[in-house]
Design a binder for this molecule. Structure first.
Ligand code: DC
Length: 222
């Protein structure tokens, strides 16, 4: 069985990272969450109160991102050697990540590192530009999507489970706004690679979806 690169892109709240992690485990591959890398850069800039674009660009050389494997098999993102996993998942960091991800130099800085991580193949990487920019030659490219109403409901349920009291219509509006921003930004907008396999998981169970993806993976590695 040959080792390949799996590129997974798609809209927010499609379950990309859950799917990517499950596939990496199934394949015995390394999983790379590129969103976490944008979030780690954002955290550094927030902590050091760096807001100007030129300052952000000039500070990038001081940002070192890594992934530390935990004993339970999960990975934690590190920033200059510190485990920042718990700090990068907040709304504030997510918003900052969304801003800094529009800067061409930030993208180039991270894309370089992502390409180096895939040089030995055997990798599952998820994000917004993996099949279009980072690995245009990836052997398996998946583009995940689901109807906005379905994604909004999933996010709504997650927030309720966290003890929050969101309004469904606000959540749906947020999903639509994010889709618009992701697909309309100038730098590497989210778009489907021509040779990507589209998976709309609106009406699929997780099991059905994984079965489909495992079978695509098995075919791609023959
Ligand atoms: O997937 P996420 O929510 O963790 O991503 C955080 C932000 O980074 C989000 O605004 C999109 C951006 N991002 C990106 O521009 N390119 C990627 N490859 C991954 C994430």
């Amino acid at each position: 069985m040959k080792k390949i690169i799996v590129a997974i892109d798609g809209f927010s709240s499609c379950g990309k990272s859950t799917i990517a992690k499950a596939l990496a485990k199934y394949a015995g591959y390394t999983y790379v969450d590129t969103g976490a890398m944008y979030r780690a850069v954002a955290l550094y800039m927030l902590r050091h109160e760096i807001t100007e674009q030129t300052d952000i660009i000039n500070t990038l050389t001081r940002v070192q991102i890594g992934f530390a494997l935990q004993t339970d098999g999960t990975q934690h993102t590190t920033l200059n050697g510190e485990d920042v996993e718990a700090h990068i998942r907040t709304l504030e960091v997510g918003n900052k990540a969304s801003q800094i991800s529009q800067i061409k130099e930030v993208r180039a800085f991270l894309v370089n590192q992502q390409q180096a991580m895939g040089s030995a193949k055997g990798i599952v990487m998820d994000g917004r530009d993996i099949a279009t920019v980072v690995f245009p030659d990836a052997e398996l490219k998946l583009f995940l999507t689901a109807r906005p109403e379905v994604r909004a409901q999933r996010r709504y349920d997650e927030l309720i489970a966290k003890g929050e009291h969101p309004d469904y219509n606000d959540v749906l509006r947020d999903v639509n706004d994010r889709d618009y921003r992701d697909t309309h930004r100038t730098e590497s907008p989210l778009r489907q690679a021509e040779d990507a396999i589209v998976i709309d998981n609106s009406d699929m169970t997780r099991e059905q979806q994984m079965e489909h993806i495992y079978s695509l993976f098995n075919k791609a590695t023959i």
